[in-house]
Design a protein around this ligand. Structure first.
Ligand SMILES: *Cc1c(COP(=O)(O)O)cnc(C)c1O
Length: 467
């Protein structure tokens, strides 16, 4: 039985994968989820020997309405540019297993999802008329991964806003050195919040959105979550085979709850996961929720792990749906109250936990630097600051007999300043980043105003349609 997609808020008829991907957010404001989760536990033994792309095809096939041979082809192309033959290799560092998710073109785990999403968009446009204009806002990693996912595609344009002068030089170079004509980098004279506000306003203008075929690549897109399920299976099966263990724990550096939610789904599909360790930095709304049951906004504080500096986790609603026993009415009610400033509260289970599968912890700036320093000194291995938060919390939650797999979400060279602070030397480099230094760049600086961005997009769209 093939999977259809429903809204977490219950107000949408079931639709297929393709429509869910093109739509992004459900009409009722909810997020798309599969109407049932396939149980794959009887197939696991045959999956342990598959290469990454073959495993991805096995897993995704149940969830999509794309022909199997086409899906295979999309996956092959999505992961062809990774610089490691295993795509997501797992390496042993002391008694931890590090799952390296940074071998894609922009050196962060978001490439796993956005390379695939770019190919899916291109494929879906083949059977539809018109062009897709992707608009996004980034504080760093998402923008470059999204740009690399669609650069050079004929029928897709991408407009990415970033707070001008407020992202790291390496992150800015990764985006602005892409000179393909379908890529527009917009340096907004304001903060990341300004960029997000403008993005929201653009998408709220339904007439403009429909007329200009606006599409989104943000982390609520179902295809992003789906493609991230694969590496939990890939690494988990590998580590169980290697160690003889019957289950594994995962530690996940968490911001918007997209990555760890993919692990949650993997567990529900039948991968023997003992625990998911949710690690946050000082922006710890999710850590507080999983220890107290109260989901309450805080102020965003800048940290050494900026891709986890979030106030409200956009994928949390998907988790809440299962936490509330798939009761969409309750989810809708909770989310509406939360939007009005109230807290979300859930009761602990009998053992006092909020969820038996998820344990949460946080790592401060000091913990981050210390962990990078210790792991480097003891094992000669460099962690990026996001991964270091995950490793810090993983170490506090080690259990004998259960291997711990720590997701490494970025290459340390993307955050070379933090590495230098931690180890006292400028050790983190990557040839693809070094090569961008001094390369020609292109961006357009715009004031932090909806009109300015809307006019720019409208003009760029009409210019290319008439050329
Ligand atoms: C986006 C990101 C995260 C957080 O992932 P979520 O899916 O938002 O929880 C962690 N580390 C890095 C390097 C990232 O880019």
């Amino acid at each position: 039985m093939s999977v259809n997609y429903i809204s977490t808020r219950g107000g949408s008829q079931p639709i297929g994968f393709s429509d869910a991907v093109m739509t992004g957010l459900a009409r009722d404001g909810g997020l798309f989820l599969p109407d049932h989760i396939p149980d794959v536990s009887s197939r696991l033994s045959g999956w342990a020997s598959l290469d990454y792309v073959s495993l991805a095809a096995e897993i995704l096939n149940d969830f999509v309405d794309i022909r199997e041979d086409v899906l295979n082809d999309l996956l092959q192309k999505s992961y062809a540019d990774f610089d490691h033959s295993e795509i997501t290799p797992t390496v042993q560092v002391g008694d931890l297993h590090i799952l390296e998710l940074f071998h894609g073109p922009t050196l962060a785990f978001k490439d796993l999802a956005l390379q695939f999403l770019g190919r899916v968009f291109e494929h879906l446009l083949d059977s539809r008329t018109g062009l897709l204009n992707i608009v996004g806002a980034t504080s760093g990693d998402t923008g470059s991964a999204a740009i690399y996912g669609v650069r050079g595609r004929d029928r897709i344009r991408i407009f990415v806003m970033h707070p001008n002068g407020r992202i790291s030089p390496a992150q800015e170079r990764q985006m602005t050195t892409v000179l393909d004509p379908n890529v527009y980098n917009l340096g907004i004279e304001g903060t990341f919040d300004d960029c997000q506000r403008i993005l929201k306003e653009l998408f709220a203008d339904l007439a403009f959105k429909d007329e200009h075929m606006l599409g989104s690549v943000n982390s609520i897109n179902w295809a992003r979550v789906l493609s991230q399920i694969v590496y939990y299976f890939y690494s988990g099966l590998q580590v169980m085979t290697k160690t003889g263990a019957d289950r594994v724990d995962f530690s996940v550096p968490t911001g918007n709850f997209g990555d760890i939610f993919a692990g949650y789904l993997a567990a529900r599909m039948g991968l023997p996961i003992g625990r998911l360790v949710l690690a946050t930095n000082e922006n710890d709304i999710l850590c507080r929720f999983f220890t107290t049951g109260i989901y309450r906004r805080g102020e965003v504080a800048p940290t050494l792990s900026p891709s986890m500096d979030i106030q409200v986790a956009s994928n949390f609603e998907r988790y809440l749906y299962y936490q509330q026993d798939e009761n969409a009415d309750r989810v809708r009610d909770m989310m509406n109250r939360f939007a009005q400033g109230e807290d979300i509260r859930v009761s602990p289970q009998e053992d006092g936990s909020i969820d038996g599968l998820i344990v949460a912890g946080r790592g401060t700036r000091q913990d981050t630097l210390q962990t990078i320093r210790d792991i480097h000194r003891q094992h000669g291995y460099l962690l990026d600051p996001h991964t270091a938060v995950g490793v810090h919390v993983a170490q506090a939650n080690r259990r004998s007999g259960v291997p711990m797999i720590c997701l490494a979400t970025a290459h340390p060279a993307k955050f070379a300043d933090a590495i230098e602070q931690a180890v006292g030397e400028d050790l983190a480099h990557h040839p693809s980043l070094d090569a961008l230094e001094g390369a020609p760049t292109r961006k357009t600086v715009l004031p932090a105003q909806l009109d300015a961005v809307r006019d720019f997009i409208a003009e760029a769209v009409s210019r290319r349609e008439s050329s």
